[in-house]
Structures are given as structure tokens and as C-alpha cells.
Design a protein around this ligand. Structure first.
Ligand SMILES: [Zn+2]
Ligand SMILES: [Zn+2]
Length: 260
């Protein structure tokens, strides 16, 4: 399994990159390459087009409905609905249930059919806790995590390896259970200790991400969702103080290989 970091800036697009979006690639037994996009936050549809032709996407999975994780679906919807190819079909989107009405509200319309188009471009699937679904060779398992809105973390298995993505969350049992034994734990560290102590139930710090990784026995911890105003060395040092395994901070356009 391979993960392309399309955007990883926490909470809003930064000067050097877009908000959250990750492209997962995995070949099936017949050699067909499957491409699933995980989140498409503010500013991420632009750089996505420098990595793949979005028409090659097989599905999109959305962790929660904060703008830094879903807002550029409005651009992908235009791309899909008005594309010169008429054989694209409907693109499956796995997301919290209110997504269609949220996109419609942003665009100032009723329903999920774009203006002048005969049918909806997206096929919506509402996520629930402990959900399991399969996209080609990738098996997904969801857990509801701790965030001010309905938010999910994902455990994704394919090609014998396991990727866990935290989405946005503060420390919680569901995240620790999801991360157990992951080959790659792509985990947010939106806050830092001290400065952000007055906010609870929203984001992890580098320390709390490291504690979750250590407890879950993950092989590789990749910190993400660090906002533009935070020096990435701070959450990295916090995580290293509590977790002894390999830890990196992801950057836009990184390619992460997930090995069993
Ligand atoms: Zn976020
Ligand atoms: Zn959020």
C-alpha cells in the first residue's frame, strides 16, 4: 500500500500546502491499481491534479465535515459532473451522513444534482461507528473518535499491510484500539502541550499521539495535521519523548510506503 500526501496542513491551508488529503494506492490480485482519496480539505484539489487525473479515483472517504477535510469536494463535484467523459459513473463517497446537504448548502442549491446536469455525480454512503466496507483490495474499518463533530478514524488493510488514519481526534480508547499493531499510524498532532492545554476534546498533541502509538505498538508513527503557526519540531520532540519507535512528520507530496 502506498500513501501520497496531497495536503497535511492542520485546520487550514498553509503557505506551503493544502489542508488534509491523502491518496491511497493498492494493486489487486489482477494487477489493477485502485486509488482511494482520504479527505479532500481546503486547497487540496489543486495539488491532487498534479499527482493523478482525478477521473482515475475509485472512491473518496471523508473523516468528518470540517472544511479542512471536505471543502474541496465542491471542486471535485464540478470536475466529475461536467467532465467531457460521459462514462465516469457515480463516484462512491463514504462520509458522515450530512455531507450531501452540506455540499448543497455551500453551493446554494437544493438536492445533490448540480445545475444543468441530469444526475448526481456522487454516490453517498453514510458512515457509522464500527462500520466495515471494501473498496477493491482495501478493507476499511471505522471508529468514531473524539472531536466536536461526528468524526471517524480508519483502519485500512490491503496487500498484507495496515494503515491507520486518526482523522481529527483528541485522545480516546477508540483511537488506541484502531491503531493496535498498525504498520503505519498516520496521526494528527494539531496541538502542542502547554500552549493549547485550554482546548479539550478537539486535537491530539505530539505527546498524546506518541502515547497512543506507544500503547498500540505501531511500527511507524507519521505525524500530520500540524498547523502553519506550529514549528513541526515541537510535536515531533513531544512524541519522541514518549514513543521510541520510528516517527516522522509528513510533508506535502511525501510518498509513504506501508509495509507489513
Ligand atoms: Zn482538521
Ligand atoms: Zn476537525
Amino acid at each position: 500500500m502506498r500513501v501520497h500526501v496531497i495536503g497535511c496542513s492542520g485546520s487550514f491551508a498553509g503557505p506551503d500546502g493544502a489542508a488534509s488529503s491523502y491518496l491511497i494506492e493498492q494493486e489487486d490480485a489482477q494487477g489493477r491499481l485502485w486509488r482511494v482519496l482520504m479527505d479532500l480539505g481546503s486547497g487540496a484539489f489543486g495539488p491532487l491534479q498534479s499527482v493523478i487525473d482525478p477521473a482515475e479515483l475509485d472512491a473518496v472517504v471523508v473523516s468528518h465535515l470540517h472544511p479542512d477535510h471536505y471543502l474541496d469536494l465542491t471542486g471535485l463535484e464540478v470536475f466529475w459532473a461536467y467532465h467531457e467523459r460521459d462514462d465516469l459513473g457515480r463516484l462512491p463517497i463514504f462520509a458522515p451522513a450530512p455531507l450531501p446537504e452540506r455540499i448543497a448548502a455551500v453551493l446554494g442549491r437544493n438536492g445533490d444534482i448540480p445545475d444543468g446536469v441530469g444526475c448526481a455525480p456522487f454516490e453517498h454512503h453514510a458512515l457509522t461507528d464500527h462500520d466495515r466496507f471494501t473498496i477493491g483490495p482495501l478493507d476499511f474499518e471505522t471508529r468514531r473518535v473524539l472531536h466536536p463533530v461526528e468524526a471517524y478514524g480508519f483502519r485500512i488493510t490491503g496487500g498484507g499491510s495496515t494503515l491507520v488514519y486518526s482523522g481529527d481526534t483528541d485522545a480516546c480508547d477508540a483511537l488506541d484500539e484502531l491503531a493496535r499493531g498498525a504498520d503505519l499510524f498516520l496521526c494528527e498532532a494539531g496541538y502542542i502541550e502547554g500552549r493549547d492545554d485550554r482546548f479539550t476534546g478537539v486535537h491530539l498533541t505530539g505527546r498524546r499521539a506518541g502515547e497512543s502509538a506507544a500503547g498500540a505498538g505501531v511500527r511507524h508513527l507519521a505525524l500530520t495535521h500540524i498547523p502553519a503557526w506550529t514549528d513541526p519540531e515541537i510535536p515531533l520532540a513531544e512524541a519522541r519523548a514518549v514513543h521510541s519507535g520510528p516517527i516522522t512528520v509528513v510533508r506535502p507530496m511525501d510518498i509513504l510506503e506501508v509495509h507489513p
